[in-house]
Design a protein around this ligand. Structure first.
Ligand SMILES: [Fe+2]
Length: 136
């Protein structure tokens, strides 16, 4: 059974971003499985980098969509992304230093905890404006 289960209640009402969020759950679950199976850093590292890269990609795509529709709360939302991106950058630097196993233990949980809080805290607020702007 997967550690992190997606729930329909996590939907932000924009299919493309729900799919991004689901993919982040999938990668975090993959990492958890690899840790359980005792896989080595060489196997884990590419997946860990994928989690970090895909999170960055997702945040950037959300911001692009917000810009496209002229989202009313874009500044606060971008700021929340920026704070989290700083954490990701720190984690990426630790991976670069060869601390893969140390990073993987905390980062998968950090990403999922942050994501669920972020979805409920502010992502869900953009649904009406995104949908009205043609982003679904
Ligand atoms: Fe967001």
């Amino acid at each position: 059974m997967a550690l992190y289960d997606w729930k329909d209640d996590y939907s932000v009402g924009v299919a493309r971003f729900d799919n991004h969020h689901k993919r982040l759950f999938d990668i975090a679950n993959q990492l958890h499985e690899m840790m359980k199976l005792g896989r080595g850093a060489d196997v884990i590292e590419p997946v860990l980098r994928d989690l970090i890269e895909y999170t960055r990609y997702h945040l950037a795509e959300e911001e692009k969509a917000m810009e496209t529709i002229g989202y009313s709360d874009i500044a606060a939302h971008k700021w929340a992304h920026k704070i989290f991106t700083d954490q990701l950058n720190a984690a990426a630097a630790e991976v670069d230093q060869g601390k893969t196993i140390f990073v993987v233990i905390k980062i998968a949980k950090t990403v999922i905890d942050w994501l669920i809080n972020h979805i409920y805290g502010i992502d869900k607020k953009y649904t009406p404006e995104m949908n009205a702007g043609g982003i679904r």
